[in-house]
Design a protein around this ligand. Sequence first.
Ligand code: SF4
Length: 384
Amino acid sequence: MIAPLVKGWCPGALRPMPSGDGLLVRIRPTAGRLTQAQAAGIAHLAGQYGNGLIDLSARANIQIRGITDPTHAPLVAGLATLGLIDPTPEDEARRNIVVTPFWQDGDGTAELAERLGSALLDDRTIDLPGKFGFAVDTGANPVLREVSADIRIERDATGALLCRADGAAGGARITPDTAVHTALSLARWFIAGGGRGRMAAHLAGGATLPAAFTAIQAAPTTGTPAPPPRQSAAGFMIGLAFGQMRARTLSALADIAPLRVTPWRMLLLEGRTGAPDIDDVITRPDDPLLRVIACPGKPGCTQALQPTRALARAFAPHVPAGKVLHVSGCAKGCAHPGPTSLTLVAQAHGFGLVRDGNAAASAIHHPLTVEQLLATPGTLMGKS
Ligand code: SF4
C-alpha cells in the first residue's frame, strides 16, 4: 500500500492548499454562520474565480475549489468585502472554532463563539498547533462530542456552562463572562505543559489537569453523532451529497435564509420551517446518499489513486439502512477517519476491501476493479 502524505496543516483563505483541481480556499465563518449576503457572495465568487464547486468540511468550514494563482488575489479581495477574511494567515489558522448549529436566540452561543474568535485574534501569544481547535457546544444538548476539538465549552446536566479538555470526563465551571478567559487559560496550560498535537493525546500521555478543570462532571452524550436532515427549533437542516454543492445551489439556499454551517457536511437554514425545494439538496433522512461517504478522489486530490464518488453513488442504493459505505481515494481516509461497515480503499489497480474498519486498516481481500465491485454491490454490502 502506498503511504499517504500527512501535511499537518489546514488550508485557509490566505493560505490555500494545492489540490488536484487547483488551489483549495477554506473560509471560516464567524460563529459558524453566513448571512444571506455572505452566502450569495461566496456562490458568486466560486463561479467567477473557481471551478464552481463548494465543499463543506468536517470542521464546519466552507471550501472553494479550483482557484488558480491569478484568481486567488481577486477572490480574497471579494471575500474581504464580505467580512470573511482574517488579518493574517496565522490569525485564520488560530480561529479554529466549531459551533453547534442548534443554538437559539438568547442562549448566548453565537455571542460566546464570536468573543472566543476575537480573543484568539487579540492574544497572539497563544501559539497553538495547526489542528488545535475549540467547540462551542452550548445548545440544549451536546451534539459535537464526535467532532474534532481540543477545548470544549458545553453545558452540564443542570444546564450550567463548563469548559472541558477533550479526553477529560469533567471540566471547570464557567459563566458567560468567564468562558473565554477560562478556555484560553486551558490552552495556555496545554502549551506550557509541552502539548504539541492534540489535547486528548496530551492527557493520554500522562498530563494531569489542574483540579479546577475536572471539578464538574460533563453531561452524558445524547443523540446520534451526525443528525440527519430534519426540522429543528433552529431551522431546517439539509444534506449535500459528499458535502459538495455547485455555486448555483448555494445561491439558491442563500435566497431562503441565513446559513449555519455544520461539521456533518450539512447546512441549517436558520429559522426555516419545512424542506426547501432545491435540486441537489438532501432533505429526507432515509436518502441513500447519506449512507455513503467519499473523499474527492481523482482528480480532485493529488494523492488519490482512483476516482471515488461515482463508485459511491452507484453503491448507494445497495447500502442497507443502518450500514455505511466509505470509498476512500487512499489510505489516509480524510472523509471519515473512523470505521464503517465497508470501506473501499483505492489502490493502484482497484480497491481493497475493509470490513468494520477504517481506510488505514488491512484489506481483507486482494484489490477488486470497479467492474468487479459493481457486479455484486448488494452482496458486498451484506444485503440478502
Ligand atoms: S483520503 Fe482522499 S482526500 Fe484524503 S489524501 Fe487520500 S485521496 Fe486525498
